[in-house]
Design a protein around this ligand. Structure first.
Ligand code: AKB
Length: 337
């Protein structure tokens, strides 16, 4: 069978690096990567071609490629996007729009539906008050879709754009045979934690930052309150979900956008786990009002029953397995603790 051609944008980011490694392990793909930065050594040898530069300006390059699948991971995350809103809009929305137009064009012109995989986020939600957040429990995809951040607005709007380009673009008369459209599939991710890379520019970053700092014997001042609770997931589960939704037969998908969840814990619970694992961990809480406000607007947990039903989603790592079987063994190897 011939190889499928895959584009991974934002390949140098945390999800990008882990995804490129898994796609290459899975086999059967010619992986083209793109990012503002050169590829790190860990994945350099796995990319058939790397296009370095700003996606918005490089998009013309990609019109010559016959992509079967696009993973559009490039984004400016929530904390960074809140500081540079206009730039975030350009990266998050214009970049996505350009790539969706390319996928729509290729799908229609060559009669072959390009799969477009999009990582959305719990930032697409906006809980009106802390009390509402605490009372809501695990929220469904259609609830509380009123983001409070530029990044959340960008993600929610790009979900809508993806649905538009996959269903309505061209506005054919209802009786006309519809053209071949792109196949848009989005996952709303919680905070992700990798044992190999550190996030930057996000607001769920306090979780991974606290753990990596403690593993290195460094003190850490957590920028949110101890009682702050959101949902988190091990990076291998995030990659698993992307590959599962990629492979899911279209007819099994009842929606374009899916929550995935693994474990919802507070910043204090992170601290306790860190202290149990690393006796010299020194963690204080010094909330930053702006970043606190962002996380307070995200739900405590999300309901992923739609993904479980439609494509048999189930995370491998609950909170205990995350620490005992993934994070701690890997991080001890990494930092020699
Ligand atoms: C962020 O904190 O911005 C991201 C996210 C939750 O989408 N990690």
């Amino acid at each position: 069978m011939s190889e499928k051609q895959v584009l991974v944008t934002g390949a140098c980011g945390e999800i990008g690096q882990a995804l490129v490694q898994e796609l290459s392990k899975k086999g059967g793909y010619r992986i083209v990567t793109s990012d503002m930065m050169p590829l790190p050594d860990s994945i350099k040898h796995l990319s058939a071609e790397h296009v370095q530069g700003d996606l918005v300006y490089k998009i013309k390059t990609f019109y010559d490629y016959d992509f079967d699948i696009i993973f559009h991971l490039a984004a400016s995350l929530s904390s960074k996007a809140e500081i540079a809103t206009e730039e975030a809009h350009r990266i998050n929305v214009e970049g996505t729009m350009q790539l969706l137009m390319l996928a729509a064009y290729r799908s229609e012109k060559y009669g072959k539906s390009v799969k477009f995989l999009f990582p959305s986020s719990i930032a697409a939600y906006g809980m009106p008050t802390l009390a509402a957040k605490q009372n809501a429990g695990a929220v469904k995809e259609e609830d509380f879709d009123n983001p409070h951040t530029m990044y959340g607005c960008n993600k929610l709007y790009c979900e809508k754009l993806g649905i538009y380009y996959s269903k309505f673009f061209g506005q054919k008369h209802l009786d006309e045979k519809p053209p071949v459209m792109l196949d848009f599939r989005a996952i709303r991710f919680p905070g992700l934690i990798s044992a190999f890379t550190l996030p930057s520019g996000g607001t769920s970053d306090y979780g991974p930052e606290m753990l990596h700092a403690s593993a290195q014997g460094k003190s850490y001042a957590c920028f949110v309150r101890a009682d702050t609770k959101i949902s988190f997931m091990a990076m291998p589960d995030a990659i698993k979900s992307l590959l599962m939704i990629m492979d899911a037969p279209r007819e099994c998908l009842t929606a374009n956008v899916y929550n995935v969840a693994a474990f919802a814990i507070t910043a204090e619970e992170f601290r306790q786990r860190a202290v149990m694992a690393f006796a010299d961990a020194r963690i204080s809480f010094e909330p930053n009002p702006r970043r606190q406000g962002i996380v307070d607007s995200w739900p405590e947990d999300v309901d992923d029953s739609r993904a479980r039903h439609d494509w048999n989603w189930k995370p491998d790592y609950d909170v205990d397995r995350f620490f005992e079987e993934y994070f701690l063994p890997e991080i001890r190897k990494r930092y020699g603790k």
